[in-house]
Design a protein around this ligand. Structure first.
Ligand code: ATP
Length: 317
């Protein structure tokens, strides 16, 4: 089984207690572990895969809390860093339908420094870049770009999720698009939401948006569509794979559970790249990944709601 390196942020989500209140009205918050790449690392290891997290938290109790959670979920945290800056915080409110509203207070996540030793493990393995905060500049972006270069030179299987957060890029969406495109061009697998696919391609029609991104160089594209399932697009295949029926209470982490489950399945192949040529196997994998995403919406919080492989397989059958 391949190891999957997950690079990006790990942070505290302070989730508003009363669902339906926007952040201006929320007065009680619960502390949860968050950060898309960290959620993906947990999703992979909970399914039985090997994941390593590369990111930075503060040398404070919140940082300790976060690393403990990753460890409890069997993620390898030996490459995680700690900084004198406080752990990054996000304040989140949930609408009645489980959709989220965010405010970020950034700290240690942007202090990740490049470690030239990390690339030694990239050879023949997989690297997932989750970009919610990583493209916002500073040390983290520098480290991120250098790890991307390393993953390319070591011929790792590369996965990219832009994790667009509108409030972090207000008025600078074009810069975000430009930065993401250099990742899209060279990744084996890209995961987008519908909004991201439209923003990154400049095209509203989702199938045309995928074609434009294939023209850029994107190989496998998944566009997650919530309860509708996932649009899978490769140069030879374009179809929507339906999800299962669930009653969602909190959609946090559904996309991370989805991509984590897809990456986990690819990591069991002796050569991950062969998935590019095997449409039937890819469709089966998407079906399973949809179930992982769906199950995650049926409980509160991202990491505690991630399914095991048995849970995914039971729901599928
Ligand atoms: P995030 O913002 O958490 O990264 P996302 O918007 O990328 O998430 P979603 O589309 O909400 O992700 O969910 C990912 C996958 O989980 C979907 O493609 C789908 O397969 C499954 N899923 C999500 N919500 C539901 C639902 N209500 N019913 C069934 N399946 C769902």
């Amino acid at each position: 089984m391949k190891t999957i390196y997950c690079i990006g942020e790990l942070l505290i989500d302070f989730v508003a207690e009363k669902q339906g209140n926007d952040l201006s009205k929320a007065d009680e918050f619960t502390k949860k572990a968050g950060g898309a790449p960290a959620n993906v690392a947990c999703a992979i290891s909970k399914l039985g895969g090997n994941s390593r997290f590369v990111g930075c938290v503060g040398r404070d109790p919140f940082g300790t809390f976060l690393l403990n959670i990753l460890e409890e979920n069997k993620v390898d945290i030996s490459l995680a860093q700690r900084s004198k800056h406080f752990t990054t915080l996000a304040f989140v409110s949930l609408a009645e339908d489980g959709e989220r509203d965010f405010v970020f207070s950034r700290g240690a996540d942007k202090k990740l420094t490049y470690d030239s030793g990390v690339k030694n493990g990239f050879n023949g393995n997989m690297v997932h870049f989750g970009a919610a905060t990583a493209l916002l500049g500073g040390k983290l972006e520098d480290a991120y770009n250098r790890y991307f270069f390393d993953a390319l030179t070591k011929e790792s299987f590369i996965s990219f999720d832009p994790n667009f957060r509108g409030d972090l890029w207000k008025g600078e969406e074009e810069i975000f698009v430009k930065k993401c495109r250099s990742f899209i061009e060279k990744s084996h697998l890209c995961k987008f939401s519908m909004e991201e696919a439209q923003l990154l391609s400049g095209e509203d029609d989702i199938e045309k948006a995928c074609d434009l991104m294939h023209d850029l160089g994107a190989q496998i594209i998944t566009v997650t569509l919530g309860g509708e399932g996932t649009l899978i697009s490769t140069p030879n295949l374009k179809t929507t794979v339906p999800s299962i029926h669930v009653k969602p209470v909190d959609t946090t982490g559904a996309g991370d559970a989805f991509i984590g489950c897809l990456l986990y399945q690819i990591s069991t192949l002796s050569k991950p790249e062969v998935i590019l040529e095997n449409s039937d196997q890819l469709l089966d994998m998407i079906k399973k990944a949809n179930v992982a995403g769906a199950v995650t919406t049926t409980n509160y919080g991202a990491i505690p709601s991630l399914p095991t492989l048995d849970e995914v397989e039971n729901r599928l059958s």
